[in-house]
Design a protein around this ligand. Structure first.
Ligand code: HEC
Length: 128
C-alpha cells in the first residue's frame, strides 16, 4: 500500500476511536430532580400511551437511575426498578421509589449534582 495512504488511514482510525471513546465517557452534570422532570416524566407519559420506543427508554432509565442514588440507597433503587420491569408495570416504580425516598431526597439533596452520560441523554432526547 502507498505509504501516504497508510498514514492517512491510520490517522482516521485513531481519530475515530478517540471520538467514539470521548462521546461514551463525556457526561452532563444535572440534578436528579431535573433528570426526572426533563426525561423520566415526559418519557413515562409517552410510554403510558403505548409508545414502544418510550417504553424501552423508560426501562433503560429504571436501569440507570440507581447509578445516581446515594451509595447506601443504590441497592434498593435497583431492586425497585427490577421489580417494576419483572412485573411488566414500569409505572409502578414511580410510586414505590417516591414513597420511600422522594421527600427526604428533595429536602436534603435537591442540589446534589449527578453525572448523566451524554450517550444516554442523546438516546433519551430521541424518545421524548
Ligand atoms: C428509584 C427511585 C425513583 C424512581 C424509580 C422514580 N423516581 Fe422520580 N424522583 C425520585 C426522587 C428521589 C425524586 C426527588 C428529587 C428531588 O426533588 O431532588 C424524584 C422526583 C421526581 C419528579 C420531580 C417532581 C416531584 O414530584 O418532586 C418527577 C416529575 C418524577 N420524579 C417523575 C417520575 C416518574 C414519572 C417515574 C416513573 C416512571 C419516576 N419518577 C420514577 C426517585 C425516583
Amino acid at each position: 500500500m502507498n505509504r501516504a495512504l497508510g498514514y492517512i488511514l491510520t490517522s482516521l482510525v485513531l481519530l475515530t476511536s478517540f471520538g467514539v471513546s470521548f462521546a461514551q465517557t463525556a457526561t452532563t452534570e444535572t440534578t436528579l430532580h431535573d433528570f426526572m422532570e426533563d426525561y423520566t416524566d415526559p418519557i413515562a407519559k409517552k410510554a403510558k400511551k403505548g409508545d414502544k420506543a418510550a417504553q424501552a427508554a423508560l426501562e433503560r432509565i429504571l436501569k440507570e437511575v440507581p447509578n445516581y442514588a446515594l451509595d447506601d440507597q443504590k441497592a434498593r433503587w435497583k431492586e425497585i426498578g427490577e421489580t417494576a420491569i419483572a412485573k411488566g408495570d414500569l409505572q409502578s416504580s414511580c410510586k414505590s421509589c417516591h414513597k420511600e425516598y422522594k421527600r427526604e431526597y428533595k429536602k436534603s439533596y435537591r442540589k446534589r449534582p449527578i453525572q448523566v452520560s451524554n450517550e444516554l441523554i442523546s438516546f433519551l432526547k430521541g424518545s421524548k
